[in-house]
Design a protein around this ligand. Sequence first.
Ligand SMILES: Cc1cc2nc3c(=O)[nH]c(=O)nc-3n(C[C@H](O)[C@H](O)[C@H](O)COP(=O)(O)OP(=O)(O)OC[C@H]3O[C@@H](n4cnc5c(N)ncnc54)[C@H](O)[C@@H]3O)c2cc1C
Length: 395
Amino acid sequence: MTFMKRIVLVGAGHAHLEVIRRGAEFTRAGVEFVVVSPGDFWYSGLATGVLAGLYPVELDRVDVGSLTRNVGGRFISAAIERVIPENREIVLADRSTLAYDFVSLNIGGSVPVEKIQGDPNDPRRFAVKPISRIWNLHKYIRELLCDSTIERPIDIVVAGGGATGVEIAASIAALVDRTLEARVTAESLGFGGRIDRTLNRRVSLKLLAATPRILIDAPARAAESIERTLLKRDIEIITNTYADRIEGDRVLTRDGRSFRFDVLVEANGLRVSDPIIRSNLPYDDSGLIVDETLRSIADPLVFAAGDCASPRGTKLVKAGVYAVRQASILAFNLLASVEGREPRRFHPRKKILLILNLGDGTGLATWGPFWFQGRAAFRLKDRIDRKFLDQYKSH
Ligand SMILES: Cc1cc2nc3c(=O)[nH]c(=O)nc-3n(C[C@H](O)[C@H](O)[C@H](O)COP(=O)(O)OP(=O)(O)OC[C@H]3O[C@@H](n4cnc5c(N)ncnc54)[C@H](O)[C@@H]3O)c2cc1C
């Protein structure tokens, strides 16, 4: 088949999943449709549930290669280094290049691991992105918990007191409870039903927040309520402290404190990812600057959506919700560009529903100043997240 134009989608993010689902519309229009991403789509919405042991890992992944091929597209399993807009090509990690007529970036952000000095490849360090790392974290903690040669408590430090850090800490607490309960049950079968509750002392879990309180963007009362919940679950919260560097088995903070660790989870924010920085297109500290039609303000052939995009004149929190909202506009505008039609505009909502999974069957839902905590919040999140993924799993 001869194609008139080539669209390259870089990154299997939330917005691109929807564009890929509608890929047949592109091939019908004579467009070659190429997706470049290092692997599957991993869904952050269910990732902490996987960490907590609530969901099987398979639930959290979408096979983007199959999804792409099913709609007649081509999938290249690779990361990109950068876009060269003046040549209309992208450079892949192996230095090969791929030409495009239109390119769309949905590559998310990066955890600023350089903010905590020390060996970035230290196996005890777990950045929360890419999301696949959260599955590795689950396995690592389970192995430590099941290692009967470790006699002292296992020290887990979560750096970051925002929504992600709180969700991760709560989910680790739930994982510890589930793993130890399973062990206790197994052991108790062999010892006449005696349950040794002292096993619960095997873990010390600390949450470090650089801010005066956790969940600084949430309503104050909601944050206080979550703080009480975490304390009840034996999570120690240390505020106004900034993890700075690793020395031996300790993580040192800027205010001179130090905490022993076996596992350090880095949930200390996001930065603009390297391909955006290298691409010689305007960006700010939030991402590639795009106009209301999701095109780079300097080059109408380059689109961006989700965490890697910075819609001009806005300051959006980094949330998958925005990438999902941008998805249908991005799909429409990519096709409209090929066919020479008027593009649609993205107008972000000021308030979005955010729900944290607290790992134990409860959650915290916030919408602007409104919030509620409990089982209903978790059930709502579970329903929304499964529905979102179902669209792409059953395609
Ligand atoms: C633990 C955790 C829980 C979260 N929970 C929620 C939640 O419940 N609700 C919510 O709204 N937000 C949540 N977030 C935030 C959410 O994950 C992000 O806002 C969202 O993932 C952004 O989506 P995206 O589509 O922009 O990019 P991503 O989902 O990050 O996808 C980026 C894709 O690009 C690929 N990629 C990266 N680099 C390259 C490259 N160089 N070349 C090619 N491909 C590349 C990646 O492999 C990935 O497939 C959570 C974040 C974390 C860490």
